[in-house]
Design a protein around this ligand. Structure first.
Ligand code: BTN
Length: 328
């Protein structure tokens, strides 16, 4: 994960420059001043990363495709951020959960902005112990490591802020009229398009690290959703009938994320609150919230500067709700 240009990077650059053209092993090794054995070794490594590189003893190498894999170099290329996803990106073909992997890296000292992405999660996790459907190659499964100097009580604001970054990316790139359902579901009408799972590690009363897990159904065909979520899930493909490049979606989300995160670090959730409110339709509506202790029904008065839902029940009593599931 070092930030140095390596022989591998140079080989990849050369192959990309000559995409669609055969490049001889000899020209690679003389152009980059490395041995043929080193070229072979790095080609093997690039294949393991996910690049499709054909080889022929006569013609050399041919970079066939890397289309829409969430490869570190593809994400980094054209990513206009300062820290987020800029240096350390770990791309996994398959993993249990990117949040778990990011947590392990963070515990070992990985810096703020480290990004873990996977093509497939076999134990993708959702909020409240639920699972997150994570089929290979068609969704975004990503986790960011953050180390903000905030108190743990401010951390929920980061989840709300992330929802703004995600919904803005969806609207800007696809035109889908996505909205935020409190606290952080990205919805299209009554179907869920994306979700956020934030996990926090604290030390005394400060934050050690925060993992922001983001999952989005991008190219999932509607029929592929398992029966228990078929009626309540959607994808960009299901909404538009078109496949969408996941790398582009992820880059735009990361860019938005960094902008809002900078604001958050200076002003807390207050600095993003109006934006968040503009993407939700619940203010003034009658809703029911399911909490561990039971359900409360009332009118949504506001979402306050900490992202707390303010509800007024039938007896005019005001409830401050920190977490729960909104039933609509
Ligand atoms: C939810 O709405 O329940 C939250 C879903 C969060 C899913 C993402 S996918 C990437 C990251 N890794 C996980 O295991 N979960 C989050």
């Amino acid at each position: 994960m070092a930030n140095l240009i390596t022989t591998r990077d140079n080989i990849l650059f050369y192959l990309k420059k000559n995409k669609g053209i055969w490049v001889s092993g000899e020209s690679l090794s003389s152009h980059l001043d490395v041995s043929r054995a080193a070229v072979n070794k790095h080609i093997k490594r690039l294949r393991q990363e996910g690049y499709t590189i054909e080889s022929s003893t006569k013609k050399g190498y041919f970079l066939k495709t890397f289309d829409d894999l969430l490869l570190a170099d593809e994400i980094r290329e054209g990513l206009d951020t300062r820290i987020i996803g800029k240096t350390d990106i770990l791309h996994l073909k398959e993993t249990d959960s990117t949040n778990l992997q990011a947590k392990n890296l963070a515990a070992e000292g990985a810096p703020e902005g480290t990004l873990v992405v996977a093509e497939h999660q076999h134990s993708g996790r959702g909020r409240k112990g639920r699972t997150w459907f994570s089929p290979p190659g068609i969704g975004i499964y990503s986790s960011l490591i953050l180390r903000p100097a905030i108190s743990p009580t401010e951390a929920p604001g980061i989840t709300l802020m992330t929802a703004v970054a995600a919904v803005e990316a969806v609207i800007a790139l696809t035109g889908i009229p996505a909205r935020i359902k409190w606290p952080n579901d990205i919805m299209v009408k009554n179907r869920k398009l994306a979700g956020i799972l934030t996990e926090i590690s604290t030390e005394m009363d400060s934050v050690d690290f925060i993992i922001v897990g983001f999952g989005m159904n991008v190219n999932t065909p509607a029929d592929d959703f398992p029966s228990d979520i078929k009626e309540i899930a959607t994808s960009v493909y299901a909404e538009t009938g078109k496949h969408f490049p996941r790398v582009k979606m992820l880059q735009t989300y990361l860019k938005n994320f960094e902008i809002h995160y900078e604001t958050f670090k200076k002003e807390g959730f207050s600095g993003i609150r109006e934006k968040w409110k503009a993407f939700t339709e619940i203010i003034g509506k009658k809703v029911t919230v399911r909490k561990v202790a039971g359900e409360i029904t009332g009118k949504v008065v506001d979402v306050d500067h900490e992202g707390v839902l303010i509800l007024q029940d039938g007896n005019e009593e005001i409830h401050r709700i920190f977490s729960g599931d909104l039933l609509v």
